[in-house]
Design a protein around this ligand. Structure first.
Ligand SMILES: [Fe+2]
Length: 216
């Protein structure tokens, strides 16, 4: 599989995410790190609920809702891009969560890779200005949603999308996302979303962002 093909589904872990059981049901793939790997920034308790309960529930609902529809045999990113209503919500939430968890790490705060840094500077002026704008987008998104960094026409742009919003519906492929649903942080920082966003920057896996950018 070439680099380009690897990212066609929008995720580096494309095959694992699209693995099905004998009943054509998507299966929750294993968390790519230990449940307490992101501590002290994101607690093991949050990960246990966020990954093991919330994501698992979206996958369960996705499996129920896709059965008997024309989407039944499509890969995850195509269901998220084309479905509507409850099926869209659960497919998009499944994709969005896998995408979020795929680019987190607990080995200390990192820095963007060379290509990422170059694109961030071209698009936002500096890495710091990008982080400020992304943080601001997360802090001001009303209610539940996702903040995305998307590569389009050779430039990076920030999109704040409500609820299960995903760039896949616009035919765009993201390179980073931040979950700002309350379930992402309530156990750790209660209502203080700003504090969660500070912690988010400590656990971003910039190597994964670099790898995603290299796929385009
Ligand atoms: Fe979430």
């Amino acid at each position: 599989m070439t680099e380009k093909n690897k990212c066609k589904c929008g995720l580096l872990s494309c095959e694992a995410v699209n693995a099905k059981d004998g009943d054509n049901r998507f299966v929750l793939k294993a968390l790519p790190y230990g449940e307490d790997a992101l501590e002290p920034h994101i607690s093991g308790r949050t990960l246990a609920y966020h990954y093991g309960k919330h994501l698992a529930a979206y996958i369960d609902n996705l499996n129920k809702l896709k059965t008997g529809t024309p989407f039944e045999n499509l890969p995850l990113h195509e269901i998220a891009a084309k479905a509507t209503g409850g099926l869209f919500n659960n497919a998009a939430q499944t994709f969005n969560h896998y995408f979020y968890f795929e680019a987190l790490q607990g080995n200390g705060e990192g820095q963007p890779g060379e290509r990422t840094r170059q694109l961030l500077e071209e698009s936002f002026g500096s890495v710091e200005q990008f982080k400020e704008q992304f943080t601001q987008a997360g802090a001001t998104l009303f209610g539940s949603g996702w903040v995305w960094l998307v590569l389009a026409d050779g430039k990076l742009k920030i999109e704040a999308l409500a609820n299960a919003g995903t760039p896949l519906t616009a035919g765009e492929y993201p390179v980073l996302t931040m979950d700002v649903w309350e379930h992402a942080y309530y156990l750790d920082t209660q209502n203080a979303r700003a504090k969660y966003i500070e912690h988010f920057w400590k656990v971003v896996d910039w190597a994964k962002v670099e790898e995603r950018i290299a796929c385009f």
